[in-house]
Design a binder for this molecule. Structure first.
Ligand code: IDP
Ligand code: MG
Length: 160
């Protein structure tokens, strides 16, 4: 990262953002990417993937015992997802704000879930809820070498 501004580099975070099968099927991929891009975050990795049950068990390890989990996993396996890593200042907490609340009906208009969906079981996107979980999730969904470090030419126009 960057020349000189080491304090800024320290605050940089990476978050794992995933567009779920309904977001892909409904053609909302470009809109979601565009929001993170125009916000000023930097795309560090992106790919499509067909999730497996094993991967989802690991990704949602905190939820596997929940009654809704089997149906939720089927939904997550129903088609391709888009896996992304977005990087920038406070990217994890800001990414969550950009997604909106877990229940789309409780999400503010202007958020992704607030603008595009209605039900918790069809909420079109995932975002890491902590820096620690982001690291875990990036390691789970991406191979070594798929997440890139590069310097944006807009850096000095986004950060002071
Ligand atoms: P999050 O995606 O906002 O972090 P979590 O509580 O981590 O929310 O739940 C993960 C995902 O599981 C949600 O995004 C949603 O798709 C699904 N989910 C959570 N709670 C329910 C529920 O009560 N019914 C059905 N699906 C749920
Ligand atoms: Mg979660």
């Amino acid at each position: 990262v960057g020349n000189g501004n080491s304090a800024l580099s320290m605050a940089m975070e990476r978050t794992y953002i995933m567009i779920k099968p309904d977001g892909v099927q409904r053609g909302i991929v470009g809109n979601i990417i565009s929001r993170f891009e125009t916000k000023g975050y930097k795309l560090a990795a992106m790919k499509t993937k067909q999730p497996t049950a094993e991967l989802l068990n690991q990704h949602y390890c905190d939820l596997v015992e929940k009654p809704f989990f089997p149906k939720m996993r089927d939904y997550m396996m129903s088609g391709p997802v888009v896996c992304m890593v977005w990087e920038g200042k406070e990217a994890v907490t800001t990414g969550r704000k950009m997604l909106g609340a877990t229940n789309p009906l409780a999400s503010e208009p202007g958020t992704i879930r607030g603008d595009f969906c209605i039900e918790v079981g069809r909420n079109i996107c995932h975002g890491s809820d902590s820096v620690e979980n982001a690291e875990k999730e990036i390691g789970l969904w991406f191979e070594e070498g798929e997440v890139l470090s590069w310097e944006s030419h807009s850096k000095d126009w986004i950060y002071e």
